[in-house]
Design a protein around this ligand. Structure first.
Ligand SMILES: Nc1ncnc2c1ncn2[C@@H]1O[C@H](COP(=O)(O)OP(=O)(O)OP(=O)(O)O)[C@@H](O)[C@H]1O
Ligand SMILES: [Mg+2]
Length: 240
């Protein structure tokens, strides 16, 4: 991987949690990871090992106890809270297992939301949101309240919302964990197509081995958060 196409760089990342009256839990212990522009990465590992914790830190939704997250060479956690929020809105798209959409609002309004929050005009966002909803094959449901869409349709709205500002990277935490297998494979195919056509890097936490295989690169978190990394079908080598 050349210097120039590294999008995300994680160095010696540690995360511990402390709950009231409980012991300190060491979840991530020195994770190293690089993701190139346009790359596809599956993050796998048993329940409770720290996959969501890692994804939240990569997405700057939480801070590490120690270590660095660099995006295009810049240490993201050195930014001011305002600059960090702007960075997150412009550079990252998020898709979660439970979609966090606004059920009362239409598909179009939900997808326009990231732009509106950034201060863009409705008139500017509506055509962008329409185009990305057409891309996820929901052009016929633009004005439908999201609460009245099917599960798979909602998750496609969530994908559209994550993509509307054209981030270079999409982070997804079990994006299809809540869907039936057929709908799930439809969403998986959609994410892979977005990667192919737009060059959006994908970092996806998944328990689905089929999806992990399609993504091509597999990062396994295990043993209290020690990262083991291997190309698909290759020999694992410790990077943690
Ligand atoms: N905010 C928090 N405070 C305290 N402990 C936490 C917090 N968030 C996560 N943990 C603990 O950290 C560990 C890792 O949690 P995490 O959600 O990252 O696991 P995961 O690998 O995503 O699991 P799953 O596959 O079940 O989603 C768990 O033991 C969890 O209980
Ligand atoms: Mg999780």
């Amino acid at each position: 991987m050349s210097e120039t196409d590294v999008l995300l760089e994680v160095r010696d990342l540690w995360k511990e949690f402390q709950v009231a009256d409980g012991p300190t839990i060491q979840v991530l212990r020195g994770i190293d990871l690089e993701v190139a522009a346009g790359e596809r990465v599956a993050i796998v590992g048993p329940s409770g090992v720290g996959k969501s914790t890692l994804l939240h830190i990569l997405g700057t939704l939480d801070r590490p106890t120690r270590g660095e997250v660099r995006f295009r060479g810049e240490d993201v956690f050195r930014r001011s809270p305002e600059a960090l929020a702007r960075f997150r809105a412009e550079s990252l798209g998020f898709v979660f297992q439970f979609h966090h959409l606004l059920p009362e609002f239409s598909a179009l309004e939900n997808v326009m939301m990231p732009g509106l929050l950034r201060g863009e005009a409705r008139g500017a966002m509506a055509p962008l949101a329409t185009r990305v909803l057409e891309e996820v094959e929901l052009g016929h449901r633009l004005n439908h309240p999201v609460g009245k869409l099917s599960g798979g349709e909602r998750q496609r709205v969530a994908v559209a919302r994550a993509l509307v500002l054209e981030p270079p990277m999409l982070l997804a935490d079990e994006p299809t964990g809540n869907l039936d297998p057929e709908t799930a494979s439809h969403i998986d195919a959609l994410l892979l197509r977005i990667n192919r056509e737009r060059g959006t890097a994908l970092v996806i936490v998944t328990h689905n081995e089929g999806l992990a295989a399609q993504l091509g690169r597999r990062v396994e978190i295990r043993g209290g958060g020690i990262g083991l990394e291997a190309p698909a079908g290759g020999t694992p080598s410790a990077v943690g």
